[in-house]
Design a protein around this ligand. Structure first.
Ligand code: CU
Length: 395
């Protein structure tokens, strides 16, 4: 019997050795493959390959250590010694995992937590941040408590010959507590969130507040077109059917308010003035995303949307607050809308009222010479009969 066992361990040890040897061979084979990937001038794949290899290596080491321990355990048993108490080892590993995990969470907060967005640069952004922090605070407390309970219980009540598990299949009181408390907390969070969102998206101008200035933003693959109202403060009507190479967003020049509309490359906003972005897309769904202002809403073809907000911190002010002379607010597209999606980025600049007026005075009219020619207009202020314009467009 003993001979049979020893034979079995020898086989096992041989298998472990073969595993080791096989691994070494595999590593030797995979190692020269890494520089080959470098030829494809992609540092990223080297990085990925490195971590994959590292993971495989760690997995193999864990496997080998496990096998060695198993061999040691069985050898001890043959020699009549006490076997390894795996329940204790597992229990201690649970505690080690708990401590390492909690430290990892702490590290995430302190190191990566500093990489999050700076303070909200809009009025409603502060409300969104507060809501986020409350939800975050509650979930962090619940996370820490549940993890301590989960791993702590696994350690305290680990398997032991000295005690027997108590059969405890059901308790209505506990069920009620852990159903009702989360239900109340979630209801409060959702209802508060609903009302905050309602205030943010409420389209009515609040009494005493400055009326919002309108800016048009149209998304298409792969750019944003920006249109400002001219001196009249009104944006002219649009009709997607009027879109041409020159009239990119299909402004309707039957509407006189269109004549003085301006086209802009950068979005410039006066500080503390409410602004309403009128949003639409021409081809696929895009998404207007301005993280510093906590603004995001989809740009949908055929379905105009809007977002009203008030920027509160100028770009210059934010630069000095962040101690970053190159800081810019940005507008992104937040829908993966196609190959050059990453290119849908625009600078948003928040300036003082006087700087805004000076900037606006330098913007080009949407109705440029090429468009006038296309619409057969003699002069921007004296357009020909609208019916004729339509005819010209249809030809
Ligand atoms: Cu897009």
């Amino acid at each position: 019997m003993a001979f049979k066992n020893i034979f079995r361990f020898k086989t096992l040890s041989a298998a472990a050795a073969m595993l080791l040897f096989g691994t070494a061979t595999a590593m030797a084979q995979t190692a020269p493959a890494a520089p080959a990937a470098a030829d494809g001038d992609s540092a990223m794949w080297i990085g990925v390959g490195y971590y994959v290899l590292l993971f495989v290596l760690v997995a193999i080491i864990v496997g080998i250590v496990g096998k060695i321990l198993r061999v040691y355990d069985l050898t001890s048993q043959i020699q009549g010694k006490k076997p390894i108490n795996w329940n204790n080892i597992m229990g201690i590993l649970f505690i080690v995992f708990l401590i390492a995990g909690l430290y990892g969470a702490y590290w995430e907060f302190t190191v990566q937590g500093t990489m999050t967005l700076p303070e909200a640069a809009s009025k409603h952004g502060v409300d969104i941040d507060n809501m986020f922090m409350v939800t975050f605070g509650i979930t962090v407390i619940v996370f820490v408590l549940t993890q301590i309970c989960l791993f702590g219980f696994a350690f305290i009540y680990r398997g032991s010959d000295k005690r027997k598990a108590y059969f405890y299949p059901h308790n209505n009181t506990i069920e009620k507590i852990w159903t009702v408390i989360p239900a109340i907390v979630l209801t409060v969070l959702v209802i508060t969130g609903f009302f905050t969102w309602k205030t943010i998206t409420n389209s009515n101008d609040v009494k005493g507040d400055m009326p919002a200035m309108n800016i048009d933003i149209t998304g298409h693959q792969f750019a944003w077109e920006i249109r400002y109202p001219g001196k009249d403060g009104k944006l002219g009507a649009k009709d997607y059917k009027l879109t041409t190479a020159t009239n990119k967003i299909g402004v309707d020049f039957k509407d006189q308010a269109s004549f003085d509309d301006l086209v802009a490359d950068t979005i410039v906003l006066p500080v503390n003035r409410p602004v309403r972005l009128n949003i639409i897309a021409q081809d696929v769904i895009h998404s207007v995303y301005m993280p510093h202002f906590r603004v995001q809403i989809n740009a949908v073809p055929g379905l105009p949307t809007y977002f009203k907000f008030t920027p509160t911190i100028t770009t210059m002010d934010m630069r000095s607050r962040l101690d970053d002379g190159k800081f810019e607010y940005l507008l992104y597209c937040n829908k993966i809308c196609g190959g050059a999606h990453y290119n849908m980025q625009k600078i948003v600049r928040v300036v003082t009222e006087s700087e805004y007026e000076a900037w606006l005075a330098h913007q080009k009219p949407y109705l440029n010479d090429a468009l006038k020619k296309e619409l057969k207009m003699v002069d921007a202020n004296q357009p020909q009969a609208p019916a004729q314009n339509r005819l010209a467009l249809n030809n």
